[in-house]
Ligand binder design. Structure first.
Ligand SMILES: N[C@@H](CCC(=O)N[C@@H](CS)C(=O)NCC(=O)O)C(=O)O
Length: 219
């Protein structure tokens, strides 16, 4: 059976959402980020990314980590794609062209959308958006996202989903990369097709269930 290490309040949402879509049984080990703990050394600290046991599994100390049989995999894209390829049915790429397009959209999400989106999310979460430095960071992130979002918006003309005329792991992955930037509401206003696509992804029952579990975790 698959094991996923990593709390819902992390990039583990990506494989966890997919597993929910597929109704696949798995073991969940809610390892949390050490930096979120006041005292990671406390005797009653929950499982976290800086423990010796976790560092043996992933010396990089990041979540998510997946175990499948004897294989240990890190990197949320690789984990999510591995699950899709092996168990994904219609959510997986069905041929070499769809596989290439899936790689493209997943890498686009991780390289073009994720980091500026995280800048927006963390600046807002820290209440720094109104400070001069925070406002400059927000403006730089919005500017960095403009061309990638124009690319996505153009692609979605006449399409409900990224590829294959159906929801796939590519939509799931890209939607999760864009969720960070979504926390800055004005970001998506000039991109109505992308907004509507994101709303379609996030209306899926498996996403709603995953986010409910996420909200139930300690902040
Ligand atoms: N590129 C990696 C990034 C993993 C990552 O940075 N995970 C964060 C949580 S979302 C983490 O484990 N942070 C703990 C730390 O950096 O100490 C992936 O997509 O899996």
């Amino acid at each position: 059976m698959l094991t996923i290490h990593g709390v819902y309040r992390s990039r583990a949402t990506r494989p966890l959402w997919l597993l929910e879509e597929l109704g696949l049984p798995f073991t969940h080990v809610p390892v949390m980020q050490a930096y979120r703990l006041a005292d990671p050394m406390a005797a009653d600290a929950p499982a976290h990314t800086a423990t010796a046991a976790f560092r043996r599994l992933n010396p990089q100390g990041t979540i998510p980590v997946m175990e499948d049989g004897g294989m240990v995999l890190t990197e949320s894209l690789a984990i999510t794609l591995h699950i899709a390829r092996n168990h994904g049915g219609a959510l997986a790429p069905k041929d070499a062209i769809e596989a290439a397009e899936t790689d493209q959209w997943m890498l686009f999400g991780a390289t073009a959308l994720e980091n500026p989106g995280l800048d927006l999310m963390f600046t807002l979460a820290r209440g720094e958006a109104e400070t001069p430095e925070g406002a400059a960071r927000m403006a730089a992130a919005v500017a960095a996202l403009e061309r990638p979002l124009t690319r996505l918006e153009t692609h979605l003309k006449g399409r409900d989903w990224l590829l294959g005329g159906r929801f796939t792991v590519a939509d799931l992955m890209l939607a999760e990369c864009l969720r960070y930037g979504q926390s800055h509401a004005p970001l998506l206003a000039p991109f109505p097709l992308s907004s509507a696509w994101l709303a379609r992804c996030q209306a899926r029952p498996a996403f709603v269930t995953m986010m409910k579990r996420r909200a139930e975790e300690p902040a």
